[in-house]
Structure formats: C-alpha cells, structure tokens
Design a protein around this ligand. Sequence first.
Ligand code: NI
Length: 205
Amino acid sequence: MPVEPTRRDRLELVEFPHPALLRRARPLVRIDDTIHDVVEQMFEIMYQAGGIGLAANQVALPYRLFVVNLEARPDAGEELVFINPSLSRPRGNAVQEEGCLSLPGLRMDVRRPEQIVVKAWSLEGEPFEEDLDGLLARVVQHEFDHLEGRLFTDRLPDAAALEARRSLDTFREVFAGKQSRGELPVDAELLAQLDRLATERCGNA
Ligand code: NI
C-alpha cells in the first residue's frame, strides 16, 4: 500500500447530538492540501446522502467551512465552497420546509430572511461576496447556522419546537445507546478531538 501522508482519515457524517454540531466552528488560518481533501470528501458524502449543503461540523470537523450544490449531483449544478463566511444585510422573510443530513427524517417549516449577502473565501483562497436569494440564500443560512452550532430546530416557533422535541429526544437516545455500546466515543473524547483539530488549523475568532 502506498503511503499518502497528506490524506486524512475518511470523514463520516455525524448525527445530532454529536458535540461537533452543537459548538461554534473556528476560522481556518490556511487552505492547504488537507482542506482540499476535506472539501472533496464533503462533496462525496453530501452527494451520497442526497443533500444540497454540508457544513464541516457535520463531518465532525470544527472548521468554518461549508459546501453547496443545489443540484445534489456531481454531474450537474455548481460546486460552491464557502470558507470563513460571514452574512450581512438580511432582507425579507420566507417560510420553507427544511431537512438536515444530521437530523435524518425530520423536516419542518423554517422562517428565514429571503435575501442575504455572503462574504467568504473560495477554495483557491480568493475572497468573494454575493447577494443571494431563493434556495441558495436559504441553504447558505442553514449551513452558516451549523458553523454557529445551531440547527434548524433552533429556529422553530413554539408549537413546532414542541413537535420536534420528541424526534430530538429519540436522536439523543440512539446516540447515547451507541456510546454506551462503545460504537461511538463518549462526549469528552469527541470534544477533545475537536479541540485538537482546531488547535492544528484554526484561529481564535
Ligand atoms: Ni443541516
């Protein structure tokens, strides 16, 4: 077997309540081969799961990075990469059903601004800024929430939040069950791993 020292371990989708999903991600200080590999794997994982957006937290990486392809297929649409993004100028509002690869099976109506300006760095290290609307504005806001440690279930009105609570409790039971059977590390270990990764490649902001 040839050794590929720059190639990371295979990344995997993680589900609620993995601690990576509940913590604010940290800004990347450089874009190197490892990040290129991470992005490639994230697109693969997203397509396999049939998603249109995926944040680094969802593969247990504490980086401010997400990927989007509105067509959910490698052979169509445009592959968009957002590194260290910021959002501004929210305008209007719209309600649309959302789901999340970290909460499989749960879909609910979420209210968000209809338009938003995103500033970010591309995978080539170029800064860019775009005024978004429609589905792209929605996906970018959903993924940005991930980087803030928030899920769409944090944005539900009271009645819907109550409805979602049962599903979230079930996800918690399944996750705790996997931990108690040793199929997943305990939270302290997962958090320590996130700290290690952030120390390696992230700044403080
Ligand atoms: Ni999501």
